[in-house]
Design a protein around this ligand. Structure first.
Ligand SMILES: Nc1ncnc2c1ncn2[C@@H]1O[C@H](COP(=O)(O)OP(=O)(O)O)[C@@H](O)[C@H]1O
Ligand SMILES: [Mg+2]
Length: 584
């Protein structure tokens, strides 16, 4: 009897030791799970496998809340499987899958454990009203059940459900083991979720990064392409071009530059300075120019005459500071071209213009003397023949004398015309309104005689002009406006001025005879007139002179008219510099 008792006790102890070892192995199984490479379902399955290594806990499952916060099987046996297990028969399973596979918080043992965070122990399912209900074919559920919450840092993550087909099976040790297991599982699950979230974040950032990388690669390609096309443009350009850093070291140059510097390859220029490439005086000058554009942060344009061997040639340089986005000056860049041909042409033109002016001045000036003699002698002859001349012959004399007078007027006008824009006459800042008043004063007798109404409109700024030329222009335009009036109509003239951007605009409008539009252009040529001399006196030089004045000031002149009898408007636009810059 004693022996039998001893054997039983020993067996009981053995069973406990095996159980304990199983439990230890279950817990060890949890620590062994590598959470990195598993998804949550895999992790839960592995955790359950570990638990199932304890033979008392072979029927277990894990329930986790879904999005709707309903407890749902996440791993292990679901209810149907459990029922199959309980009843031990396939047929006993309802053909339709059970509807009740999700449980609300607080519903049943499972829901209660999940809601309260406390272990629920059902020692005999058959006596529990809950399980009576969910039996199959009215067979009550036999066995016992443990529902243990999975908790981490006071948060309930789910429930582990363990069933055994005998009532009163689970003891205190089972409860303890499960509590410990669930605690560890809670940790594991939380860590897994955290790591998973981190992984997702890293993934997202990696994706962003790789997207950015791709973009950058694309941009780099584009940059490469545009650099290549820029290089092609620069290398094929007849301009010499280069890039220098702030210390004057060449960073880049094109082929034309290399040719000019007598280098075989444009790359040879990199790292060199002007002192390596040019004679010392030139290098010093170029460095001074660099310093100037970098300090003033402005482009500089220089034309200079260079001696290449015994040959002279003109070059033109545009030097520009390179300024980065933050406003730092990084260096200079420049373009140079040979303008020898242009310079020669300009010189030639200047020479021939001067010659032409001198020629027309001389002619108009020198011709007046013999002309005066002709008309004086004609008058003398007319006087000495006074008695013998009938009225017809006297008429001839008058025609001849009149003709000579007209030629003289034309010569005077030509003389005046040829003087416009003569070299060496400087421009000055003057008050445009004062110039207008002066012109009106000269015209006063004409205005009075014609009973003209002259009104002045707009703003009259200070202008940079040749005073005498502007005076003549105003006199001519206003004089014409009075002269080409319609008989019997009071001339109404508006003289207006305004500044438009960098230009001074002047206009003279009248209500006179007007101009046929397609004739307008030719009026600005010398000796071109539309009216007969009988109707309107004149030499046809005035508007040509006005055009020359406008051109001498690098401006434009034009006329507008709706046609005969519609009045006309003459307009002048002259570019104006900023006065401050000039006086500074
Ligand atoms: N305000 C104007 N209205 C109509 N025609 C004009 C006006 N100004 C000039 N013209 C026409 O342009 C011609 C040329 O003018 P201009 O060169 O001043 O010479 P001129 O006044 O000596 O004839 C004039 O003969 C006239 O036909
Ligand atoms: Mg005129």
């Amino acid at each position: 009897m004693r022996d039998a008792q001893l054997i039983e006790t020993t067996q009981e102890l053995n069973r406990h030791i095996v159980n304990l070892l199983d439990s230890l192995s279950a817990l060890y199984g949890l620590t062994d799970i590598s959470i990195r490479n598993l998804d949550e379902n895999q992790l839960l399955r592995r955790a359950l496998e570990a638990l199932m290594s304890n033979q008392d806990m072979e029927r277990c499952s894990i329930f986790l809340p879904d999005e709707a916060n309903l407890l749902t099987v996440a791993a292990g046996l679901d209810w149907d499987e459990m029922l199959r297990d309980i009843t031990g028969s396939e047929e006993a399973i309802p053909r339709q899958p059970r509807k009740k596979t999700k449980f609300q918080m607080g519903e049943g043992l499972l829901g209660r454990a999940a809601k309260n965070g406390k272990i629920e122990h059902c020692r005999s399912c058959a006596d529990d009203p809950q399980f009576k209900k969910i039996g199959v074919d009215d067979k009550p559920v036999q066995g016992s059940l443990l529902c243990v919450p999975i908790i981490c840092e006071e948060q309930i993550l789910g429930v582990v459900n363990v069933y055994y087909p005998e009532p009163d099976f689970f003891n205190m040790w089972h409860e303890r083991l499960l509590l410990l297991f669930c605690k560890m599982l809670g940790r594991l699950l939380t860590s897994h979720r955290f790591v998973h979230q981190l992984d997702m974040l890293v993934d997202m950032q990696t994706q962003d990064l790789s997207k950015m990388n791709e973009q950058l690669r694309g941009e780099k390609e584009l940059l490469k392409e545009s650099a290549a096309s820029l290089r092609a443009i620069l290398d094929n350009s007849p301009y010499l071009s280069w890039l220098k850093d702030a210390e004057g070291r060449y960073l880049k140059a094109n082929k034309a530059f290399a040719d000019y510097a007598r280098l075989e390859d444009a790359r040879q220029v990199v790292g060199k300075t002007d002192f390596d490439l040019w004679p010392i005086e030139l290098a010093e000058k170029y460095r001074a120019d660099d310093a100037e554009v970098m300090t003033l942060r402005q482009q500089k344009h220089v034309e200079e005459l260079l001696l290449d061997g015994s040959k002279e040639h003109w070059i033109e340089t545009f030097k520009t500071p390179i300024i980065d986005e933050s406003g730092n000056v990084l260096g200079t860049t420049g373009f140079v071209r040979d303008i020898t041909g242009r310079k020669e042409f300009e010189e030639e033109l200047k020479r021939s213009n001067i010659e032409l002016e001198q020629f027309s001045y001389a002619i108009s000036h020198d011709m007046r003397q013999p002309l005066r003699m002709i008309s004086s002698y004609l008058q003398l002859i007319e006087m000495s023949l006074a008695d013998q001349l009938d009225s017809e012959k006297r008429g001839y004399f008058n025609f001849a004398i009149d003709g000579a007078k007209r030629i003289d007027q034309m010569l005077v006008a030509l003389l005046e015309y040829s003087r416009i824009g003569r070299v060496g006459e400087p421009l000055d800042w003057i008050d445009s309104r004062a110039a207008l008043d002066e012109a009106l004063q000269y015209l006063q007798p004409t205005i009075a005689e014609a009973q003209a109404k002259v009104s002045v409109a707009g703003d009259w700024p200070r202008i940079m002009v040749n005073h005498d030329e502007i005076l003549r222009l105003l006199q001519n335009l206003i004089g014409n406006a009075i002269k080409y009036r319609i008989a019997g109509r009071i001339p109404e003239i508006i003289v207006a001025s305004e500044t438009v951007k960098n230009e001074w605009h002047l206009s003279v409008s009248d209500n006179g005879v007007g101009i046929i539009p397609d004739q307008i252009k030719r009026l600005f040529q010398v000796f071109q007139r539309l009216q007969s001399r009988e109707a309107y006196e004149g030499t046809g030089i005035g508007l040509a002179l006005c055009r020359k004045v406008a051109e001498h000031h690098k401006g434009r002149i034009w006329a507008e008219s709706a046609g005969e009898g519609q009045g006309s408007k003459f307009c002048v636009a002259l570019p104006m510099p900023q006065e401050k810059k000039i006086s500074a």
